[in-house]
Design a protein around this ligand. Structure first.
Ligand code: UDP
Length: 218
């Protein structure tokens, strides 16, 4: 009997992650048939060559240990599914592209997903279930909370603190903070695509534009 590895979420995010997971497992000598999708609403029996199981089917599979990586961009769903996995004794695993660059003293929480061309420089702390999509970077001395999501191409400069559940849109640029006075993006804040963030973003607020300002909905 062997271990079973899952990518939870068989849609856009999951389909972008499973080839990385497959390559990572191959490096460790683990065959691709030990890698499955898990989805609560399976789009098909098989997607891109991998079986799609419901969570119940995943738990019913004959295996030693179960590992899941939550490949769903919505952080609230990730948090809910993380609780479900913990309750069922499912472990989390980090999935990362082979060309990810990680420098010194990076503390990365469980369940991280690091897409191709992501760079994490030095002295960085990151919480659980972080997602850094294609070409994103995190510079020195950043502190990132739990369930934070970076869309592709996020430039997160040094001394920035990002609290739990923040979502940073594609191509956003976050100005660097100063040691002892970091730039802070609050819990659950949303940074719109292409935004240039020059100052703190309060919790739960959506900012857009250059310089980024709170979004006024009409
Ligand atoms: N999903 C799930 N459990 C949930 C919520 C979503 O299995 O509680 C699945 C959903 O069926 C879909 C995928 O996760 O297949 C999410 O796809 P979506 O396009 O919404 O998000 P993305 O892949 O872009 O993160």
């Amino acid at each position: 009997m062997a271990n079973l590895f899952a990518i939870y979420g068989a849609n856009g995010c999951g389909r972008g992650i499973i080839p990385l997971a497959r390559a990572q497992l191959a490096q460790a000598g683990i065959p691709a048939d030990q890698l499955v999708f898990v989805d609560d609403n399976p789009p098909a029996l098989e997607v891109n060559g991998h079986r799609v199981l419901t969570f119940e089917q995943f738990l019913a599979e004959d295996c030693v240990e179960r590992y899941a990586s939550l490949a769903i961009a919505n952080s609230r769903i990730r948090e809910m599914l993380a609780g479900r996995c913990i309750g069922a004794g499912v472990h989390f695993w980090n999935v990362r592209a082979a060309n990810v660059v990680e420098m010194d003293e990076v503390a990365l929480g469980d369940g991280a997903i690091l897409s191709p061309f992501v760079t994490l420089t030095s002295n960085i702390r990151i919480g659980v279930h972080f997602q850094a999509n294609l070409y994103s970077y995190v510079e020195h001395d950043c502190v990132i909370g739990d369930f934070v999501t970076f869309a592709p191409g996020v430039k997160c400069n040094g001394n920035v603190h990002i609290h739990d559940h923040a979502y940073i849109g594609s191509g956003a640029i976050i100005r660097q903070g100063i040691p002892g006075k970091p730039l802070v993006i609050g819990r659950g804040a949303v940074v719109g695509m292409g935004a240039v963030v020059t100052k703190d973003v309060p919790p739960g607020v959506t900012v857009v534009g250059n310089p980024a300002r709170p979004l006024i909905k009409d």
